[in-house]
Write a protein that binds this ligand. Structure first.
Ligand SMILES: Nc1nc2c(ncn2[C@@H]2O[C@H](COP(=O)(O)OP(=O)(O)OP(=O)(O)O)[C@@H](O)[C@H]2O)c(=O)[nH]1
Ligand code: SF4
Ligand SMILES: [Mg+2]
Length: 398
């Protein structure tokens, strides 16, 4: 399953004139000495690429390239390779320093822009000098975002670049709308379990469930929908084993008893953790529940002011579940709305809602704020599964 993710990695090309700091940037992002860095102009002679999991954005491939201003015969061949790399990139990081922008640099920016490749411009070596206003204007003309920094001395360089990427990545790259990607194949049967209790909205089913049904149909799979008390009957009546069962988190415990171990089982909110946030970050954040201390402060955060399936999941059910699971008394604070609180440093954990009313870019910005403050963050679905002791099963298929 994991291998099939490769084709879908976000390709990030690093471009710039020789010695601007491209390889340094690559190493900063990778957190390791991968590309050779030196003050000799033209050190990188080929396209060096490396895949990584760039939390919270997802799977990416960074591509370090040779400077596009190389001039001798061999240099021109290198430049050709750099230009060829443009065919593979989803987004370009343009690296320059404080020296005035040259014609070659402007031409390259124009090429990226003509090809509709979003540009994040990094004006590097801030420790040594500042770029003139005229050059800055040229860069701004072509770039979606410009960041001044020093890759060598700025400790936050990596986070600043990640934030820049979150801002400029195209919607379809940063927020795929297919929650079932890589999980099902054509003709698979999928069962959805939707409890209709007093909290369910009248005469309709909620947006995340509708979206999953649409995803199932788009994949030419078959979708069966039932309440939890009918699940056993549906399973018994099926001639073919279903590929997966997806349940509302609140029914997870009873559903997990009914669904045999050889059938994948997960919840709507865990599927949405991939679409609206970052699965890995949330999974790591969930670990914090085991390390909570008495009286720790926990922020329960909802992206909108109204929850369509009753207002007590965040305020009552999650706090009760976490306290019962940990056996500790914890202080829960609640926040709902389109903004995110500025001061989060006093929280031991942030538990976020499924974020169905917001987009992934917004969620990633929140995750980055939490990461910058070193606060673990997770979501409702993962917390519920964890506290019910079924998280391992719910995430097994990913
Ligand atoms: N002062 C200063 N020097 C930097 C900074 N970032 C990179 N350098 C230095 O600039 C030089 C070139 O860095 P590289 O990362 O090799 O640059 P490059 O763009 O990959 O160069 P080529 O591969 O030759 O095209 C090295 O000596 C780096 O240490 C910075 O923020 N400040
Ligand atoms: S955005 Fe959050 S709080 Fe609002 S309906 Fe969706 S899951 Fe509930
Ligand atoms: Mg280099």
């Amino acid at each position: 399953m994991i291998n099939s993710f490769k084709a879908n990695k976000i390709h990030i090309g690093i471009f710039g004139k020789r010695n601007s700091g491209k390889s340094t940037l690559m190493n900063v992002m990778l957190g390791q000495d991968f590309s050779i860095v030196s003050n000799v102009s033209g050190t990188t002679t080929d396209v060096n690429q490396k895949a990584m999991e760039l939390l919270p954005i997802g799977s990416v491939i960074f591509m370090d390239t040779a400077g596009f201003d190389d001039v001798d015969e061999l240099g021109l061949q290198r430049v050709e390779k750099t230009f060829k790399a443009l065919n593979r990139v989803d987004v370009g990081i343009f690296v320059c320093d404080y020296e005035p922008i040259t014609e070659v640099e402007e031409d390259f920016l124009k090429t990226l822009s003509d090809r509709k490749i979003p540009i994040l411009a990094i004006v590097n070596k801030e420790d040594e000098g500042t770029l003139d206003e005229k050059s800055l204007e040229v860069i701004k003309k072509y770039s979606k975002e410009v960041i001044n920094l020093s890759l060598l001395s700025d400790k936050d360089a990596r986070d600043k670049i990640k934030q820049g990427l979150i801002k400029i990545l195209p919607d379809e790259v940063i927020a795929p709308n297919d929650a079932l990607n890589w999980l099902v194949e054509e003709n698979d049967n999928i069962i959805l379990v939707i409890p209709i209790d007093k909290e369910a909205p009248k005469d309709r089913i909620i947006l995340p469930q509708v979206q999953i049904i649409r995803n199932i149909l788009d994949k030419n799979c078959t979708c069966m929908v039932c309440k939890e008390d009918k699940l056993e009957r549906v399973l018994n009546n099926l001639k073919e084993k279903p590929k997966m069962v997806i349940t509302d988190s609140q029914a997870f415990k009873s559903v997990s008893r009914i669904v045999p171990d050889d059938i994948s089982l997960t919840s709507f909110s865990i599927l949405f953790a991939r679409l609206k946030g970052d699965f890995q970050t949330f999974l790591e954040g969930t670990d914090k529940i085991d390390k909570l201390n008495e009286n720790d402060n926990i922020l329960v955060c909802e992206s909108c002011t109204h929850h369509p399936i009753g207002d007590d999941i965040g305020r009552v059910k999650i706090p009760n579940l976490v306290q019962k699971y940990t056996g500790k008394t914890l202080n829960f604070e609640f926040y709902s709305g389109y903004d995110f609180p500025d001061n989060i440093k006093n929280y031991a954990l942030i538990i976020h809602c499924g974020a169905c009313m917001t987009n992934r870019r917004e969620m990633l910005t929140r995750i980055m704020k939490a990461k910058a403050a070193n606060i673990p963050v997770t979501n409702y679905g993962m917390v519920i599964s964890k506290c019910l002791g079924i998280l391992d099963r719910a995430v097994k298929m990913f």
